[in-house]
Design a protein. Structure first.
Length: 274
């Protein structure tokens, strides 16, 4: 059977529209709020949650780790795991197992306020292959002006799972250094127009030298994780869709910032010229 491969342009894959509400902030004097950064990934753990307070955008005043909080993570299979405080605002699980297609919920208590956040862990999507060719457009990629004489176009090939709506976070690293997207820090994709298809995701104009190692990573992420990084991309690259800056969409309740997400992961590497 002939495969139908969906080739996606950067302009299409990185341009997203949304009607979700975002949180307007005053960058000069924002009130301290709880900031959550945590994720459950495929495997046995431990899984980590970082807690801090927000602060003044320009001075950094008020940004402090939060240690006087408590919490636990549950999933739709009935598991509960109390978070262990390991210091400097970092908390970890001890027994929780990550099972695809399960819903994970973070429960926190901080300053007598309750916070919750949920996301569903997707199944792992494997990379079929990656390849590269010399870019016809030279240095037109994400790194801008750089020291590389040659630039390459890479493609990451994988098959989308047709049984669910899927969201992806991709990255490309050259000798261990992440290459940011030209239209945003993160490469993101929804399968809205490619459900169940064979996909060839492009990274255009990546600078590299002979014998450099290029690592391409593919993470299947939950919807909440995708929404957070999608709007973080916009906030970092353009300051929002208008003149008023905003925070990325958060799935944490009670007006907190950050996200609690889920993702699975696969990667492939290739050596230039080999």
């Amino acid at each position: 059977m002939k495969k139908t491969i969906i080739y996606l342009s950067v302009l299409v894959t990185l341009f997203f529209t949304s009607c979700e509400k975002v949180i307007d902030i005053n960058l000069n004097e924002s009130e301290p709020r709880l900031v959550v950064e945590g994720a459950v990934t495929l495997g046995t753990g431990p899984f980590f949650v970082q807690l801090s307070t927000s602060g003044d955008f320009f001075t950094g005043n008020g940004i402090e780790p939060v240690s006087n909080a408590g919490g636990y993570i549950t999933n739709s299979l009935g598991q509960t795991d109390t978070l262990i405080n390991v210091g400097n605002g970092l908390f970890r699980t001890s027994t929780l197992q990550a099972v695809p297609n399960s819903l994970y919920t973070l429960h926190l208590n901080y300053n007598n306020q309750a916070y919750t956040a949920s996301d569903s862990l997707p199944r792992q999507v494997l990379i079929d292959s990656i390849n590269y060719s010399v870019s016809e457009f030279g240095n037109s990629g994400p790194q801008g002006d750089d020291e590389y004489d040659t630039h390459y176009d890479f493609h990451c090939y994988f098959k989308d799972d047709p049984n669910r709506r899927n969201y992806y976070l991709l990255s490309v690293n050259v000798n261990g250094e992440q290459v940011e997207g030209r239209r945003g820090k993160y490469y993101l994709l929804s399968d809205e127009f490619a459900n169940g298809k064979h996909i060839a995701y492009p990274f255009f104009g990546v600078g590299a030298n002979p014998n450099d190692t290029v690592l391409i990573s593919l993470s299947a992420v939950g919807k909440a994780t995708y929404d957070y990084f999608r709007t973080l991309n916009d906030a970092l690259s353009q300051g929002g869709m208008g003149s008023t800056p905003y925070n990325p969409i958060s799935n944490v309740s009670n007006n907190a910032l950050g996200y609690f997400g889920t993702f699975t992961y696969d990667s492939e590497s290739i050596i230039i010229g080999k």
